[in-house]
Design a protein around this ligand. Structure first.
Ligand SMILES: [Zn+2]
Length: 404
């Protein structure tokens, strides 16, 4: 499971005496001071309760994870989910508050197995070596008997070789790089120790190299792609989720799940969502072909356009069958494609619709999209290495069957 909000642990699970009464405190309290940060699901599941039941918990959300496991999130200022909703790990479910029997903004977090408090959460918190706890931080506790949360799979991203247009690189979470078609291999982090999983790849415009980015903001530069700086080892408010190369090849942008932008080299800063409230986490970035701007996309399909990049439409606020996971710019700069984890494609502006994997049964969710050089087609990559080609995109091959 993962930590559901930002704050400081103020109370653990156990017996405590309040006003002379000895009571069992069944959860972990995470104090947030004057702040009301978002609360995300610690684990995927189905929402069983999403209201104030008058029991002192205030506005609460209870998620059923199956096999008798539940997590509970209490004292919420606002509930951002509904009974029956299927939520993924890390999905927004509410906002920290001070409702019910509470004396200040805090999240009361419980995990229960068949109704019994799961005290091992204390050990998970105690194992931490200090510092603020942030969303996305893993709690090193697995719920016994529950399988791992549905995983995106092994592969995390793809990038087209910009010179050949007939090959691409796939990158895996362990930093492994796989070449498909006319794309040269320049090195990888495969087999080397990583501080954090790799989450994306961007091609150097010369076609003679690429950058990998890890969720801690670390950059690995290969071939002609130079190192222009990284967030590796520096504190982040949210994990890095994507990278886009500057068209000059002399820099890149990183984007965090909170919409924060880190600009390096020739890549200028044109604005960010960092520190502003988001309905859903940012999941990707695409550079405007002019190099003077970029689009950010959130998992609810919301688009944030900066600099020269225009707004051509979004899925923000519209119902989705699956979260949006990536974006690709049309080469004209006048549009973009969004792709959902189910392989659905949303085309805007000059970016045409050429087909999608929506409705196809996937072994692993789709993780990214990249456009052909003409802009008359695109490839989708699934987490198991499967590649889907549409429009003028030839089918060159895929990363199957690599999936450790
Ligand atoms: Zn509590």
């Amino acid at each position: 499971m993962q930590w559901p909000t930002s704050g400081t642990v103020t109370s653990l699970i156990g017996w405590r005496t309040l006003n002379g009464q000895r009571k069992f405190h069944a959860g972990i309290d995470i104090g947030t001071g004057t702040g009301r940060p978002n609360v995300v699901a610690a684990y995927g599941g189905t929402v069983r309760v999403a209201r104030d039941q008058g029991d002192g918990y205030g506005n609460k959300v209870v998620i059923d994870h199956g096999s008798g496991w539940e997590t509970l999130y209490a004292h919420l200022h606002e509930i951002k989910t509904a009974v029956g909703a299927s939520v993924a790990k890390n999905q927004l479910i509410g906002v920290v508050g001070n409702t019910g029997h509470s004396f200040g903004n805090h999240l009361h977090l419980e995990a229960r197995l068949r109704g019994q408090t799961y005290e091992a959460l204390n050990a998970a918190v105690n194992r931490r070596t200090g510092g603020a706890i942030r969303p996305g931080d893993p709690i090193n506790v697995d719920f016994p008997g529950l399988g791992p949360a549905p995983s995106a799979g092994y592969f995390r991203g793809l990038a087209l070789s910009p010179t050949t247009g007939q090959g691409f690189w796939l990158v895996a979470r362990d930093g492994g790089v796989f070449t498909i078609g006319a794309a040269d291999f320049f090195g990888s982090m495969g087999g080397q120790a990583l501080n954090a999983p790799v989450v994306g790849i961007a091609a150097h415009p010369s076609g003679n190299g690429y950058w990998l980015v890890a969720s801690d903001g670390g950059i690995f530069a290969y071939g002609a792609s130079g190192f222009h700086g990284s967030m590796g080892g520096r504190p982040l408010n949210a994990p890095v989720v994507g990278i886009a190369a500057h068209p000059s090849g002399n820099g890149y942008w990183l984007v965090g799940a909170d919409g924060g932008i880190f600009a390096y080299g020739a890549a200028g800063f044109h604005g960010s969502m960092g520190g502003r409230p988001l309905n859903a986490p940012v999941v990707g970035i695409a550079a405007h072909p002019s190099g003077n701007g970029y689009w950010l996309v959130a998992s609810d399909g919301g688009i944030f356009a900066y600099g020269a990049s225009g707004f051509h439409g979004s899925m923000g606020g519209r119902p989705l069958n699956a979260p949006v996971v990536g974006i690709a710019a049309h080469p004209s700069g006048n549009g973009y494609w969004l792709v959902g984890a189910d392989g659905g494609i949303f085309a805007y502006g000059s970016a045409g619709f050429y087909g999608s994997a929506g409705g196809v049964t996937l072994r692993r969710p789709v993780v990214g999209v990249c456009a052909t050089r003409s802009g008359a087609g695109y490839w989708l990559l699934a987490g198991d290495g499967g590649v889907f080609a549409y429009g003028d995109a030839p089918f060159i091959g895929n990363g199957l069957p690599f999936e450790p």
